[in-house]
Design a protein around this ligand. Sequence first.
Ligand SMILES: [Zn+2]
Ligand SMILES: [Zn+2]
Length: 262
Amino acid sequence: MSNTENIKLQFLGTCACDYSPKLENECKFCFDNDARRSSCMLIDECFLLDCGEHTLDSLDILKIPYDTISDIFITHTHDDHYNDKSIEKIAESKNEPLKLWVREGAQVPEITNVVKIEMKPYQKYQLSNGAYLTSLLANHDAQSFPQHFIYEKDGKKMFYGCDGAWLLAETYNYLRGQSLNLMVLDATVGDYEGDYRMAEHNSIPMIRLMLPSLKTNRTINDDTRIVLSHIAPSLHKSHAETVKIASGFGAQVAYDGLYLEI
Ligand SMILES: [Zn+2]
Ligand SMILES: [Zn+2]
């Protein structure tokens, strides 16, 4: 008999890299929907997906001891997703080595008590809790060795696609028929057309265009939760306004501290 357990997800940071100055003062010790921190997610209480300069603050706010983190999965090596100092602090707190998963070829410095694991695109890796993680190539700055992930456990599947614009053909084809339970999409740019970032990040109109095709491709279905993250506050209206816009096409908007189970 197998026990099926929900996947537990908590957004620790949902920003692009235009951080609010409020993080230095009134929001230093709390979450605020309009003062987002560097991109990061806690999965099943022991995995971090990305680890940027604000990740330790987020763990502190939630009173999560650093030594409960066993593995960190890095989407790419841009500063807002990968910060050696934060990783070093987590590694220091642990007796066991911290596992750091990066895409094959990504150059990251050696850190004491950290074991680097290189992931090959489109391969599935089993994790210590029995879940699986798959690396998928992403359409983003190639120098940063970008990858998207599928995290799956007990038949449930979550796709995480920050950062990246659209989907590469290979990834789109890999996702065919996956019937994901949840899809986290890069929504760096707000609800307007003509932004120059369209080859590296999504805007809301791009996501609106993609979702029906993802449904046709059976990557998602009527029950799939679509969550927008990696939001640049300077390119969006307020969080409340973005929530209203996203609800118009059935998506929700992540915010720092958001907890979800699938
Ligand atoms: Zn980013
Ligand atoms: Zn990036």
